[in-house]
Design a binder for this molecule. Structure first.
Ligand SMILES: Nc1ncnc2c1ncn2[C@@H]1O[C@H](COP(=O)(O)OP(=O)(O)OP(=O)(O)O)[C@@H](O)[C@H]1O
Ligand SMILES: [Mg+2]
Length: 325
């Protein structure tokens, strides 16, 4: 594997009493997409801000595109792009004008800025809307325009902080397509997200962040295999709870069923080990009348529960009870 183009070692960052980063380590190979997955307050934005040289770490170090983010911040800045949770697009300008303006702000000649704007609008599916005021764009298009603006200087590394939070499925798909196109061009992308599905679809490697630290890393498949699937069962008669739990316990790799409500069960099972038909048969044999049986991927909450033994509650790093760590 090539040297990591993003390398963070033991990053610490404190805001008053809040320890936003507590020894964060991260290594992203060049040309890959890294998904930094974590709940509210995990430290994702802080990590991105340190890597993008917007704020300095209190301890630890980081290199991006071969340069130290503190000592060589200017060199790092010249090689990265950043698009945040809140789009920095000017609604009073058209999409094309926005991109030209970004180009000029980044010291491109007028001509180069025009050419680059046209190229990016075409490449990222914004050409048809290019001459409309950005203020009239949908949330998804605005975010896409913001992302595209961060590509004006052809960055080696693009940081995207929750690029799809708050978008509808269509807007989200538009961003995903853009990230895939970038990855295909060889741009390294580091994106933060609260959605397992998003990390799953886009990332080569996922880093799960909690309380300012990376608590698990791996390919989506490796992480899923660790966490497993979930089998959700709804039984018609809640009195059959015990029989249901017993039947589900016979499935390969099954952990004890969690009763999610009267007659509703959720069972963690080894990824790919259980087929739906098997589950239905096991329930049938036990004489359980199942109203619904579904096999699904874990939610982020379940990933957290599995990795940390506690739910992914939205708390500040220091607000969680010590006993829960
Ligand atoms: N400038 C700041 N001043 C004070 N506290 C801050 C500041 N920036 C972040 N924090 C705190 O640091 C912790 C980590 O915040 P951060 O924004 O990095 O989390 P996040 O993972 O990006 O969360 P979200 O998913 O909500 O965006 C939080 O407790 C947050 O309140
Ligand atoms: Mg954030």
């Amino acid at each position: 594997m090539s040297d990591p183009i993003v390398l963070a070692e033991g990053l610490h960052k404190r805001f008053g009493a809040t320890r936003a980063l507590r020894g964060l380590d991260l290594a992203v190979p060049a040309g890959t997409v890294c998904g930094v997955l974590g709940p509210n307050g995990a430290g994702k934005t802080t990590a991105v801000r340190v890597l993008a040289t917007l704020t300095g770490p209190d301890a630890g170090r980081a290199r991006v595109a071969g340069f130290d983010v503190v000592r060589d911040a200017d060199r790092v800045r010249a090689r990265i792009g950043l698009a945040g949770q809140h789009a920095a697009v000017d609604g009073r300008l058209t999409g094309r004008e926005n991109l030209r303006m970004f180009g000029r702000l980044h010291h491109l000649t007028r001509r180069a800025a025009r050419a680059r704007a046209d190229e990016l609008l075409e490449r990222f599916g914004l050409a048809a809307a290019a001459d409309r005021l950005a203020g009239g764009y949908s949330g998804g298009m605005r975010r896409r325009l913001d992302l595209v603006a961060s590509l004006i200087l052809r960055p080696d590394v693009l940081f995207l902080d929750e690029p799809t939070t708050g978008l509808d499925p269509r807007g989200r798909t538009g961003i995903w397509d853009a990230v895939r196109a970038l990855a295909a061009d060889g741009t390294t992308v580091l994106l933060t997200t609260q959605y397992l599905e998003e990390a799953d679809r886009l990332a080569d490697q996922i880093a799960v962040v909690d309380h300012g630290r990376v608590i698990a890393t791996g390919s989506p498949d490796a992480l899923k295999a660790r966490i497993g699937d979930h089998l959700d069962v709804v039984v018609a008669d809640p009195a059959q709870a015990a029989a249901t739990a017993a039947a589900l316990a016979t499935l390969p790799g099954a952990r004890p069923a969690v009763e999610a409500g009267p007659g509703r069960f959720s069972v963690p099972v080894a990824a790919g080990a259980v087929r739906l038909a098997e589950a239905v048969r096991a329930l049938d044999r036990a004489g359980v009348d199942a109203a619904d049986v579904a096999l699904r991927r874990p939610t982020l909450d379940e990933v957290f529960l599995s990795l940390t033994g506690r739910p992914a509650e939205n708390t500040a790093p220091d607000a969680a009870p010590a006993a829960a760590r």
